[in-house]
Design a protein around this ligand. Structure first.
Ligand code: GCU
Length: 331
């Protein structure tokens, strides 16, 4: 069943599938919080949310529960972000890049090659810098709860192996709807085509695009590997995932209830990191033995050199330059 909720004042239409009402609901003793997730139920982020729900139930002695809508049931990321801001979805899990065009602070951890390794990324996210990035969303009606892993994004395409940026010239590459990704792909000489995650498979099949970029688990779960057989481990971006709560929902909870959510979210990060490692190695096992062609050991410095205009464009205020420097100096 499909319900269309018209948020008349703003003229925005949300198509929320399978929901009889939106926002949190309660029966006599229990608060149910609805969570949006665009990856499938067995993807690590969804598994982590599922675990968070169990922990929340445990801490609140059954008085708070999560109801997970995975697989993009509640819409594409740009729609769920808006719905979350307007209190129509309680908790949302999206790629941090979705906020790049809204809040400049979030562009810095989305910059290409800003993180040297997964360990570096975790250290930054677990430090006060991570806290600042989470807090940067408050003016937009969202409380940043936690970061989840998304590994490293790399390019893949239907046409040819990519060894250097020169191999990318002229390729039409799908990117997330963010100016950072558009600028990155342009700087590499390719043609960026922003579109929603859910539209990429068909665009590859019909030749609207030649390729895209994502982490290996997403390349597998979306089945893009069936169409775009050339995957290059250039690992250009390590933009994390983020979990946000609607500020209106948050403000209506008691401080005890907020603590339960914070504790459950923190527990879920540990679960997530474990699930992520397993997912990456299982994707590697399956795909490396497939007929796909993987390019490993590329000279990343060639890609990094091309990024100078991107850094200039987005690290463009003293505060953002400083944030970039602080991230890069975390050891
Ligand atoms: C990642 C992320 C998704 C996002 C997707 C994208 O895989 O998990 O939430 O939508 O990238 O490329 O848009």
């Amino acid at each position: 069943m499909k319900y269309v909720i018209l948020v008349g004042v703003l003229g925005i239409t949300f198509s929320l599938i399978g929901l009889s009402i939106v926002g949190s609901s309660t029966d006599e003793d229990t608060i149910y919080l609805r969570v949006a997730e665009n990856q499938p139920y067995d993807y690590p982020t969804a598994q982590a949310i599922d675990y968070m729900g169990k922990q929340l139930q445990h801490y609140s002695k059954g008085q708070m529960q999560l109801k997970l809508y995975a697989g993009g049931q509640l819409g594409a990321e740009k729609d769920t972000v808006l719905a979350n801001r307007l209190n129509a979805i309680d908790i949302n899990r999206v790629s941090l890049s979705v906020f790049n065009n809204i809040e400049p602070v979030t562009t810095i951890p989305s910059l290409p090659f800003i993180f040297e390794s997964e360990e570096h990324l975790h250290k930054v996210l677990d430090s006060e810098i991570g806290g600042e990035i989470l807090q940067s969303l408050e003016p937009y009606g969202l409380v940043g709860l936690a970061f989840y892993d998304s590994g490293a994004r790399s390019f893949y395409n239907i046409k040819k192996p990519i060894h250097t940026p020169r191999d990318m010239v002229g390729l039409k590459i799908r990117v997330q709807n963010t100016d950072v990704s558009v600028a990155m792909v342009k700087a590499l000489g390719a043609c960026p085509t922003p579109m929603g995650f859910g539209e990429v498979y068909e665009a590859l099949v019909t030749g609207v695009i030649d390729g895209a970029e994502n982490n290996l688990p997403s390349y597998r779960t979306t089945r893009h590997f069936e169409v775009a057989k050339h995957y290059t481990f250039d690992q250009h971006m390590m933009t994390p995932e983020i979990l946000t709560v609607s500020k209106k929902v948050w403000d209506n909870l008691s401080s005890e209830q907020r603590d339960y959510i914070k504790m459950a979210a923190r527990d879920s990060v540990i679960k997530m990191r474990d699930c992520w490692k397993k997912e990456v190695s299982s994707a590697q096992m399956e795909l490396i033995n497939s007929e796909n062609k993987f390019v490993e050991g590329v000279d990343k410095s060639l890609f990094i050199e091309a990024m100078e205009p991107v850094y200039q464009k987005f690290a463009n205020t003293p505060a953002l330059i400083d944030l970039k420097r602080r991230i890069q100096s975390v050891r």
